[in-house]
Design a protein around this ligand. Structure first.
Ligand SMILES: Nc1ncnc2c1ncn2[C@@H]1O[C@H](COP(=O)(O)OP(=O)(O)O)[C@@H](O)[C@H]1O
Ligand SMILES: [Mg+2]
Length: 423
């Protein structure tokens, strides 16, 4: 996903989150979501050719890159406006003539669909600034592939309000608003995973309106932690991430006080005991579609490497112990997600979900956690969806055609279900 603004601005922009009702109860049951959808909308059968939208906006997931193993010639006639200038991170349509840009996964996949399946589906690639309720409704469904509500936060309060409203009201996003909302606010899925017995790093949620630096530090000490990390909901790209020592925070209360001041509007901080294993072991990201395994990549995030550079491995370079455990835990995590439904309310298998699994191999101090300090404990770190990084250029096989096929088949499935519902 692409914040078109620098991190420094993100802080101020993130303030908008204040108006978000962080305590809104989600409606988890499939039947509930389904009946709500069908009550709210009269089902009209979609027409052929099927119109599908893609919400684009990435600048961190290149396909037009020397590392891409596929045949990139399908993009030869792609309009340049869809390419991103690596310097300004802007689409070329917003750059001076002559600027050179490159395509990312979120435009490469829909363009491939347009080229290969153009007689079955009409592809509508929607730039962030083009998102309106009317535009979304003009398609049978719209896939989140490169832009979502979190990106809109970086574009200021008004845009955040508009995008959220359009997302909630259009009723035809894939995945649905119910699924997105469950993932945006991390405590929802994290708590559900913990309740389901899925291993997770020791975690405290510090929610807006109910938190203070002193209370948080007391809670952290009570849990027995010595080092901890601060993360946030409604945030991405490791922004708002920091690693702190309890000892330092006790000596200098301004450390936490400043964090609370800087991110006063964030709906919730996700505070975790620092797991040192992140700096030594792979975090394995598993990609799922229709609840089935597609591929995995393993990496060490920039915040977790000594030189601040991200390291990535894929395919059979991923040690099988890591892959197998990441799949095992990811599969469990998929089960806590709300049921995805078509715009007409029929249950349907899930679109892209990515489950990120970490590995702990040293002592944790949390009083409630009993992980073997001498063995490896795999745990769920995060769940992401549609607009997440696909890492296509790092893969040893060409995944553009495969993603295209998955999205086209899913669209056909939705079309059939909507026709059934309308009959
Ligand atoms: N509890 C933790 N202890 C140590 N490092 C962590 C912890 N949680 C996350 N990290 C590091 O920070 C990175 C970003 O955190 P993550 O939860 O994935 O948030 P996001 O990807 O949304 O920024 C992780 O990939 C990992 O390297
Ligand atoms: Mg992450």
């Amino acid at each position: 996903m692409a914040p078109k603004k620098k991190p420094a601005q993100a802080k101020a922009k993130a303030k908008k989150v204040a108006t978000r009702k962080a305590t809104v109860k989600r409606k988890p049951a499939a039947s509930k979501a389904a009946s709500k959808a069908s009550k709210a909308r009269k089902v009209v059968a979609p027409k052929k050719p099927i119109r599908i939208g893609f919400l684009i906006g990435k600048d961190t997931d290149l396909v037009e890159d020397p590392k891409y193993v596929g045949d990139a010639s399908f993009m030869d006639d792609m309009p340049d406006k869809y390419r991103v200038d690596p310097e300004s991170k802007e689409y070329l349509k917003n750059c001076e003539g002559g600027t050179k840009g490159f395509a990312h996964a979120d435009v490469a996949i829909p363009w491939y669909i347009h080229k290969k399946y153009g007689s079955d589906v009409v592809v509508d690639m929607i730039f962030p600034e083009e998102i309106t309720l009317k535009r979304l409704k003009s398609n049978m469904c719209n896939y989140i592939i490169g832009y979502d509500v979190i990106n809109s936060i970086f574009e200021g309060p008004q845009r955040y309000r508009e995008v959220t409203k359009a997302f909630k009201e259009c009723g035809n996003l894939m995945p649905s608003w119910e699924v997105q909302d469950f993932i945006y606010i991390k405590s929802r899925y994290m708590q559900a995973c913990m309740d389901a017995g899925i291993p997770m790093a020791p975690t405290i949620f510090a929610k807006k309106g109910k938190r203070s630096p002193t209370k948080l530090l007391a809670e952290i000490k009570d849990r027995g932690w010595q080092t901890f990390v601060m993360k946030q909901s409604m945030m991405a790209f490791s922004l708002g991430f920091c690693k702190l020592k309890v000892e330092d925070c006790e000596k200098d209360p301004s450390i936490l006080a400043n964090y609370f001041k800087d991110y006063a509007e964030c709906p919730e901080y996700v505070v975790q005991e620092a797991v040192d294993g992140f700096t030594r072991n792979w975090e394995t990201r598993v990609f799922w579609f229709n609840g089935k395994f597609l591929y995995a990549i393993a990496n060490k995030a920039a915040v977790s490497t000594e030189d601040g550079k991200e390291v990535i491995i894929t395919g059979d370079d991923i040690p099988s112990e890591f892959l197998e455990n990441a799949k095992r835990i990811g599969e469990q995590a998929l089960k806590v997600l709300p049921q995805l439904c078509t715009p007409s309310g029929q249950p349907i298998d899930m679109t892209l979900i990515r489950t990120d699994v970490g590995c702990s191999d040293s002592q944790l101090h949390d009083k409630n956690t009993n992980w073997d300090p001498n063995g490896r404990t795999f745990f769920l770190n995060e769940i992401e969806y549609g607009g997440t990084t696909y890492f296509i250029r790092h893969l040893k096989e060409d995944w553009v055609p495969k993603w295209a096929e998955l999205y086209v088949n899913k669209s056909q499935e939705i079309f059939d279900k909507m026709c059934e519902a309308a009959a």
